[in-house]
Design a protein around this ligand. Structure first.
Ligand SMILES: [Mn+2]
Length: 336
């Protein structure tokens, strides 16, 4: 990764007092772990940080929230809240659209924004950026900041948060982005007292019965295309209701479906609203899917990306599926 130049961001942190920290919709371990690390750092620097996310904390990350530091936007509250802060810090995303209500307010405010991220496809640029798409997680960048500039603050609480980011963004050290540097940082964090099995269990051995019921319904209705190279499935509001599950209870489903033999790309279509469909892609590593995601209001990593279509779920599937087939067919040929 090479040594990072944090000079400007450090200056901005120094000069200001009240910081709003946020991450993307469908918050994941990397966004949340990075937020917590940044929050704790700012507290230690005697600053006033506040975490406000567009969506609630998924229950499997409750262990990061012992001090109730995570807040989320609700439709009725927080109008103009950004004006109460000196500076905004966006973690693990470079697109306002994936910041939900917080992103909408960011379009209207003149407050300056720092963005720390590792997504290769970005829709927006921010006042101060630390972006490296070569690193496996935003947590790796936060580790670099802490390790090089504030090693005295790097305690077990922060180490657990950073380890969470690395663990979840690498699919528990299975995805293609698991490189030497990732493992080196993980080793350092374990050396500080992180217990890998404990964090793994909190996140992955902690599935709710209703989530499992929904997964059962999903697995009975997988659709295959291109001789099984694509597997896709729907999650409708009705399916969630039947299982008693909430939208934040569907993490990991697309990974599971990708794990089917012969599948190169798995796609999830989630009915977010009557005219809003969210799509999630997972590739096994042969087919790059973030360009396709970008064409549908999204982005992400080469093998893990998300998109959204402002249409009902069936129309969204009709629009996207031919493009997904084309994308897979073209790259599959070139890969042979
Ligand atoms: Mn990430």
């Amino acid at each position: 990764m090479g040594k990072k130049d944090w000079t400007t961001i450090l200056e901005k942190i120094n000069e200001n007092e009240k910081f709003l920290i946020t991450t993307h919709i469908h918050p994941d371990g990397d966004g949340l772990g990075s937020e917590k690390a940044m929050y704790e750092l700012l507290i230690k620097l005697n600053k006033k940080p506040y975490i406000l996310n567009p969506e609630p904390l998924p229950y499997e990350y409750d262990f990061l929230n012992e001090n109730n530091i995570f807040n989320h936007y609700d439709e009725e509250g927080y109008p103009g809240i950004l004006e109460e802060f000196d500076l905004i810090i966006v973690l693990d995303i470079g697109s306002l659209i994936r910041l939900g209500e917080v992103g909408k307010q960011m379009r209207e405010t003149s407050k300056e924004v720092i963005c720390i991220d590792h997504h290769p496809i970005r829709h927006d640029s921010f006042d101060y950026e630390m972006v490296d798409s070569e690193v496996s997680s935003t947590a790796i960048l936060l580790y670099d900041l802490l390790n090089n500039h504030f090693p005295e603050f790097l305690n077990l609480e922060i180490a657990n948060a950073l380890y969470t980011g690395i663990l979840t963004d690498t699919g528990s050290f299975r995805f293609k982005n698991t490189d030497q540097e990732t493992l080196k940082v993980a080793t350092k964090l374990v050396g500080m007292g992180v217990v890998p099995g404990e964090i793994y269990n909190q996140i992955y051995e902690n599935r709710l019965p209703e989530q499992t019921k929904l997964l059962g319904a999903v697995l009975q209705n997988i659709n295959y295309e291109l001789d099984g190279k694509i597997a896709w499935f729907k999650i409708t509001k009705k399916m969630m209701e039947n299982a008693g599950a909430k939208p934040e209870n569907i993490e990991g489903f697309t990974d599971f479906v990708r794990g089917i033999r012969g599948v190169e790309v798995a796609a999830k279509f989630l009915e977010a609203a009557a005219d809003h469909t969210r799509i999630n892609f997972r590739s096994k590593g042969k087919i790059v899917i973030n360009q396709l995601a970008k064409n549908f209001n999204g982005g992400g990593h080469p093998y893990a990306a998300g998109a959204e279509i402002f249409e009902n779920i069936d129309r969204a599937i009709d629009l996207l599926l031919p493009e997904l087939k084309k994308c897979v067919a073209e790259q599959d040929e070139s890969a042979e």
